[in-house]
Design a binder for this molecule. Structure first.
Ligand SMILES: [Zn+2]
Length: 346
C-alpha cells in the first residue's frame, strides 16, 4: 500500500474559527500532516507525490462557478477596504432560491456554508493538491494496487458541488469516487468520520451509481445539524442509495462497530467493485471535538471490518484533529485494515 501526499497541502493555514459564537483557533492545522505522515512513515509505508490530473476530474464534481470562486476570491477580497485577512462570510442566502451576486461578500456567503472554512492566499493550492492526492490514490487502485491511502488535507467531505464548509473546500472522497465511476466501476463510500459526510451525500444524493454510507454523531444536536438524519435516503434515481447511521454522542467501540455492521450489510447488497473509505479519526475519545468515544484499538477493529468486504479500497483522510494519539489512531486503522484485507494488501 502506498500513501499519496503533496507538500503544497501544508500551505493552507486557517486562523479563524467560530464555535458556538466564540472565536477560537482553527483546529484544521498544517501540523496534522506531520502526525499523519509520521505515522505512515513509521509503518514503512511508501509516500509518493501525486501527478497533476488537472482541473477536469475536479470539475466533474464541482460547478465551474464554484471553482472560479475558489481560485479568485482571495485576491478580490483584498480589494475591499478594511476587509479581514481571510475570506469569511457574514451573510448567507435564504436557501437556494436566491440570485447569484457579483460582489465578493455576496459570493462568499453563497459558497461558504459556515465560518469554519476561511480562505487565504494558499487555500486553493492546498485544496487542489489534496484532491490530486485522492485522484492519484484512486488511480493506484484502478491500476491494480489492492489499496491506497490518500493523506488528504484539507479534508473534503463537508464540501458540496458548490459549497465549502467545515474545513472542506473540494470533496476529495467524491472526486475519487467519480473518477472510479468514469473508469466504469461501481464504488461504495463508507464515511466513518465523527461528523456526517453531508457534502458527499449532497454530491451523489440523486444518483444510484454510487452508494453513500455515513456513520456519525447524531446531528439532531451536532454539526452539521441540517443533514445526516436517518430519513435522508436519497432521491430520484438515488433513492435508497444513501444510508445515514447516526449514533448517540459518547458512543464507544462496540456501539460504533454495531452501526458499522449495518453499513457493511448495505454495502454488500449494493455489490460494489470498489470501496472508498472516508477516514475520519475524530470519533476518537480524546479528539478535541469529543463527540464520540472510539479508542485507539477501536480503529483497528473498524479498519478490519471495512477490509472484510474484500474490495479494492481507496482510503481518503477526512477529519481527526491534533491530540497526542492522532498518529497512533491512523496506524491502528491502517494496521487493522491491512491485516484483514483479503487481497493481501501488504
Ligand atoms: Zn469530522
Amino acid at each position: 500500500m502506498k500513501t499519496v501526499f503533496h507538500e503544497a497541502q501544508r500551505l493552507h493555514d486557517p486562523k479563524h474559527f467560530l464555535s458556538s459564537g466564540a472565536q477560537k483557533p482553527n483546529p484544521e492545522q498544517p501540523a496534522r500532516v506531520d502526525a499523519l505522515l509520521g505515522a505512515v512513515k513509521a509503518m514503512e509505508i511508501e509516500v509518493v507525490a501525486p501527478p497533476d490530473h488537472g482541473l477536469g476530474p475536479i470539475a466533474e464534481v464541482h460547478t465551474a462557478e464554484y471553482l472560479q470562486f475558489l481560485q479568485t476570491i482571495y485576491q478580490r477580497w483584498l480589494r475591499i477596504p478594511e476587509a479581514s485577512d481571510e475570506v469569511i462570510p457574514n451573510i448567507h442566502p435564504d436557501r437556494r432560491t436566491a440570485s447569484y451576486p457579483k460582489s465578493a461578500v455576496g459570493q462568499a456567503g453563497y459558497h461558504q456554508a459556515d465560518t469554519a472554512c476561511p480562505i487565504s492566499e494558499e487555500t486553493w493550492d492546498s485544496a487542489y493538491w489534496s484532491a490530486q492526492s485522492a485522484l492519484a490514490a484512486a488511480d493506484l487502485v484502478l491500476s491494480g494496487d489492492a489499496c491506497a491511502y490518500a493523506l488528504c488535507r484539507p479534508p473534503g467531505h463537508h464540501a458540496f458541488a458548490d459549497l465549502a464548509g467545515g474545513f472542506c473546500f473540494l470533496n476529495n472522497t467524491a472526486i475519487a469516487a467519480q473518477s472510479c465511476v468514469q473508469a466504469g466501476l461501481r464504488p461504495a463510500i463508507l464515511d466513518v468520520d465523527l461528523h456526517h459526510g453531508n457534502g458527499t451525500q449532497g454530491v451523489f444524493y440523486a444518483r444510484g451509481d454510487v452508494l453513500t454510507v455515513s456513520i456519525h454523531a447524531d446531528p439532531t444536536r451536532y454539526y452539521p445539524f441540517f443533514w445526516g438524519h436517518a430519513h435522508e435516503r436519497g432521491e430520484g434515481a438515488g433513492l435508497g442509495a444513501n444510508l445515514n447511521l447516526p449514533i448517540p454522542r459518547g458512543t464507544a467501540d462496540d456501539g460504533f462497530l454495531e452501526a458499522l455492521a449495518g453499513g457493511l450489510t448495505r454495502i454488500r447488497a449494493f455489490a460494489p467493485d470498489m470501496l472508498i473509505v472516508a477516514l475520519g479519526l475524530d470519533p476518537f475519545e480524546g479528539d478535541p471535538f469529543g463527540g464520540l468515544a472510539v479508542t485507539t484499538p477501536g480503529f483497528a477493529r473498524i479498519g478490519a471490518a471495512a477490509a472484510g468486504l474484500g474490495l479494492p479500497s481507496v482510503i481518503v483522510q477526512e477529519g481527526g484533529y491534533l491530540c497526542p494519539e492522532l498518529g497512533a489512531n491512523l496506524q491502528s486503522f491502517l494496521g487493522g485494515f491491512l491485516d484483514a484485507h483479503k487481497l493481501g494488501a501488504r
